[in-house]
Ligand binder design. Structure first.
Ligand code: FAD
Length: 321
């Protein structure tokens, strides 16, 4: 059966996040011969619409409003629900980002439907699709099938491969005018701690430091390695609690979930709560002084040694390339 699928495109600082393209690819697997309609909410986002079409959307509906410049669940739910009412899709896909995690349950409850969250892969297609998602902090995976009715799922960033960009694809871009009212919060300004570097949740390479890094200064070689590899620095909660770095870098059950191609864990013991945020990384390299450290159980490559010797050696080797 063919389905019309609504996909939420996510933009940040004038650019679309990759998860938008991954969500379109996921939508294709369930749509059959149906239509993929991307939704863009924001203020001044219409210029991004075409890129969604290049990545596989058939059409884009934009909702622009000054109150949608910054995300609020009240504002975005009003914007999204207006598009929903206009389009009446059979399926909805969001990215499992901070925004998606906040907005999707609200929309699901408004629509009185279920939500399959944090999907990492899809087996099969169309009505027979099975959605695979981690449970018990990543210790196990479950396969979920949608019963009949509206299908609503979120996709974990960096897990579903986006379709190849095709700049020759064309499609309609329409705008929907929506009254955004009764907001309980209005965000006047967002001040970012750092606007530099690669977004941790979408980075292909993550160099993460733990309590073994010993100080804020100790993170400098990790940052240097990350810069050389075009990656981002992350951290364990141990390192954040010790004030070596900001909590925005925390990876794990109560931090960010990352799935890079390469994850280097330096001075991290491998507590279950940390592994919940990184164990699905494609290649894991662990550097730890303790040969018995738990992190070695999930590592593809383990280096027993002092990170302050190993990381400078890696930096030197990479500089030779
Ligand atoms: P430690 O466990 O102290 O490990 C430090 C490691 O560094 C050791 O293995 C040591 O051998 C190694 N080391 C020391 N010096 C060196 C050196 N020079 N070279 C190489 N190796 C060295 N943790 C998270 O990370 N993320 C979460 O989201 C999270 N959520 C939590 C939620 C709850 C409800 C609870 C209870 C805990 C949570 N934790 C989380 C905390 C978690 O249980 C661990 O305490 C934490 O991950 C430990 O951080 P660590 O590995 O950096 O520190």
């Amino acid at each position: 059966m063919s389905k019309k699928v609504l996909v939420l495109g996510e933009a940040r600082e004038g650019a679309l996040r990759n998860v938008s393209f991954e969500a379109i690819a996921a939508a294709k697997t369930v749509a059959g011969d149906g239509e993929i309609v991307a939704v863009l909410l924001g203020d001044g986002v219409a210029s991004l619409a075409e890129e969604l079409i290049h990545y596989g959307a058939d059409r884009v509906v934009t909702v622009e409003h000054p109150h949608l410049k910054h995300y609020t669940s009240d504002g975005y739910s009003q914007g999204f629900m207006s598009v929903y009412e206009q389009e009446k899709p059979e399926a909805i896909v969001f990215g499992h980002t901070a925004l998606g995690k906040d907005l999707s349950p609200k929309i699901a409850s408004k629509l009185s439907t279920g939500l399959i969250s944090d999907v990492t892969s899809i087996e099969g297609e169309g009505d027979g699709a099975l959605f695979i998602r981690p449970i018990y902090s990543g210790k196990a995976f479950e396969k979920v099938k949608n019963k009949d009715g509206l299908l609503f799922f979120t996709v974990r960033p960096n897990n579903i491969t986006a379709l190849e960009k095709d700049g020759s694809r064309t499609g309609n871009v329409t705008s929907l005018s929506v009254e955004i009212t009764n907001l309980r919060t209005i965000i006047k300004e967002v001040v970012r701690k750092s606007t530099e570097g690669v977004d941790l949740s979408e980075a292909k390479v993550v160099i993460a430091g733990g309590r073994g890094v010993k100080s804020a200064e100790g993170f400098k070689p990790l940052q240097e390695l990350a810069n050389l590899l075009g990656g981002a620095v992350g951290a364990s909660r141990g390192a954040c609690d010790a004030d070596y770095c900001d909590y925005s870098l925390q990876i794990g059950q109560t931090g960010k979930v990352v799935t890079p191609d390469l994850y280097i864990a330096a001075g991290i013991s491998g507590a279950i709560q940390h592994m919940a945020g990184m164990s699905n990384s494609k290649i894991i390299v662990a550097i730890n002084k303790d040969p018995e450290a738990n992190i070695f159980k999930v590592a593809d490559y383990g280096i027993v040694g002092d990170l302050f010797e190993v990381i400078p050696m890696m930096i030197e080797e990479i500089k030779q390339l």
